[in-house]
Design a protein around this ligand. Sequence first.
Ligand SMILES: [Zn+2]
Length: 303
Amino acid sequence: MSVRLPPPIRLLERGWLSSNSVLLTGPDDTALIDSGYATHAGQTLALVRHALAGRSLDRLLNTHLHSDHCGGNAALRAAYGCQVAIPALDAARVAAWDEEALSYRATGQQCPRFGFDATLAPGMALMLGGLRWEVLAAPGHDPHALLFFCAEEGVLVSGDALWEDGFGVIFPELAGEPGFDEVGATLDLIAGLGARVVIPGHGSAFTGVDGALARARARLDYLRADPVRNARNAVKVLLKFLLLERQAIALAALPQLLGSIPLVERVRRAQLGLAPEDMAHWAAQALLKAGAARIDGAMLHDV
Ligand SMILES: [Zn+2]
């Protein structure tokens, strides 16, 4: 059953390669939160144009700057001349387009360069789509990630900080930075909001926020108990992302392909301690077991 959202809020739900986008249309303004992955930018433009029904887009905001959340920024800014607002802590790296610091190089993902016009910081309040939204910090999955919360309607836009079943990979831990405590603190913050509906970065909007928080906490405990689990999950997620992008990958090419992704290579050496061939074999099998891929002859296919 799909969750009813207040009329100014439209969820443009996507497959997992592209994040969801949230369109806010008020009497006086329009805004979009997150813009999907680069290879879907044309689809993003079409979805947004259709949903806007002839109106223009005034503002574009990002929960965080992973490639699947801001890959349509450049196209939307070019199409609408909209004001782009990003987390303030990422401003310098976006201004310099430092692909290393922005994670695109480390993850082997693409994101067209975009400019920005404003920055967002925790504690700010914004009027978007005729509703008042608080900006909150959501470190953990990404150290600079933000939440947008509309207290009046009890709606939380959570990005990858909370999904109906879990949350995004805890990336800082993979680079030897703290992340588990931050995820816990972000879940505590969300619990204190008393949100009625959560619009996650991936998947459908959901109610039953307490249940989602309990599942997320159990997941956090599981990962924290053995950080190699977070590392394995990261390799699986990054391979699934590649597969979503390419649709099929030759199994013979997998060790080298995974080795070309700096973050995966780092995790392989530092945390998994596997030979490239063994990790490639394990990762492909892990996706098969999860029903997230299939093998046909010499190729690994997306499902
Ligand atoms: Zn993310």
